[in-house]
Ligand binder design. Structure first.
Ligand SMILES: [Zn+2]
Length: 87
């Protein structure tokens, strides 16, 4: 949201290894490949956040499950970051 210098990332539970819904252990011939992929995605989040914050942006990271189950809370976090008060 460039106008507010706000970056909102919604991290997918599977792709970013959500502590609640992520896969704990992969099985099968590609298990190592999958676990490496998820770990790389998790690690990438930190530098992306730091790069945005370093450029003066505010960053909000939301898990996919939060966006699905607590969408109003997620929206409120974004609204507050934009300087809006909830109605
Ligand atoms: Zn989740």
């Amino acid at each position: 949201m460039p106008r507010h210098r706000l970056g909102v990332f919604v991290d997918g539970c599977f792709w970013h290894g959500c502590p609640v819904h992520g896969v704990v252990e992969f099985h099968g011939p590609n298990a190592k490949r999958w676990s490496d992929k998820i770990e790389a995605n998790r690690r990438r989040g930190g530098p992306n956040t730091q790069a945005c914050e370093g450029a003066g942006w505010t960053v909000i990271r939301i898990w996919e499950c939060e966006a699905r189950s607590y969408v109003e809370q997620a929206a409120l976090r974004i609204a507050v970051a934009c300087g809006r008060r909830p109605r």
